[in-house]
Design a protein around this ligand. Sequence first.
Ligand code: NDP
Ligand code: A1CAB
Length: 269
Amino acid sequence: MRERKIGFIGGGNMAEALIRGMLAASFSAERIWVAEPRAERREWLEEHYGFAARADNGEVAKACDVLILSIKPQMINSVMPEIAEYFSDKKLLISILAGVSTQALESFLPGAPRVVRVMPNTPALVGEGAAGLCGGRHAREGDLTAAQQLLESVGVARVVTEKEMDAVTGLSGSGPAYVYTLIEALADGAVRQGLGRDDALALASQTVLGAARMVLETGEHPAVLRDRVCSPGGTTIAGVAALEEGNFRATLMEAVNRATQRSRELGNS
Ligand SMILES: NC(=O)C1=CN([C@@H]2O[C@H](COP(=O)(O)OP(=O)(O)OC[C@H]3O[C@@H](n4cnc5c(N)ncnc54)[C@H](OP(=O)(O)O)[C@@H]3O)[C@@H](O)[C@H]2O)C=CC1
Ligand SMILES: O=C(O)[C@@H]1CCC=N1
């Protein structure tokens, strides 16, 4: 993958997170192309990352071996024909679009198009992404491996079935937003009790990071780790009781559920 020209179609937030993570992982800027319609955004990307951004999707589609489709799902009907003109079985399309199936993408492309659908997340920007991916009907074994390697250069990547992709979207694609809300709310709670804002945000963020690493590195179930924090008659169980009263777990499950449903809707629209 590192030797191939990689072209992003759409230079927005998620594309930038992947690009920044890839550059930090020693991908050469010369091999990264971006198509982005807004001049101001093109200039900003060029200035910050040192590659030439293009206005024309066709120019990038023609020049690159691997295309990373990073437009909004709602734009697929206008953008895919511009790519299709230059697409062939020699090229690989990697889509990061929420909800849009490999079958829907294939229907725009000629021949037996090689398509891989991935659902990354923005922490890829700091090399801590969490992504799911699946191959389309004509994707070769090496295509899935290449896409997985690219995503693993910016975090963790799991191959899943296409049916599971909407749940991945509801969990890890959208998940950073849930966690930012959690961090903000934890910090607010401490500010309310008189702690300074900077200290509160630093301690809340590190607590989330530390707890996540405990789950990943000890291999213990989160409930076991939680029990070890809850001293009998102590402070934590009093806090946990408040979470239960507020339906914290049910609320998070519902957040994943709604985002998953929305991903399915985007695929059907
Ligand atoms: N944000 C996230 O956390 C994640 C997003 N995704 C997926 O990534 C995709 C992009 O999302 P996100 O980065 O958040 O959205 P953005 O709006 O930030 O990015 C979309 C980009 O596409 C550009 N664009 C608009 N029209 C065209 C066109 N005709 N041709 C080429 N590019 C065009 C936009 O340009 P302009 O500058 O004019 O707006 C913008 O830069 C979505 O499909 C989303 O589902 C997947 C995982 C996580
Ligand atoms: O909100 C969205 O639709 C995109 C997909 C996953 C994260 N952001």
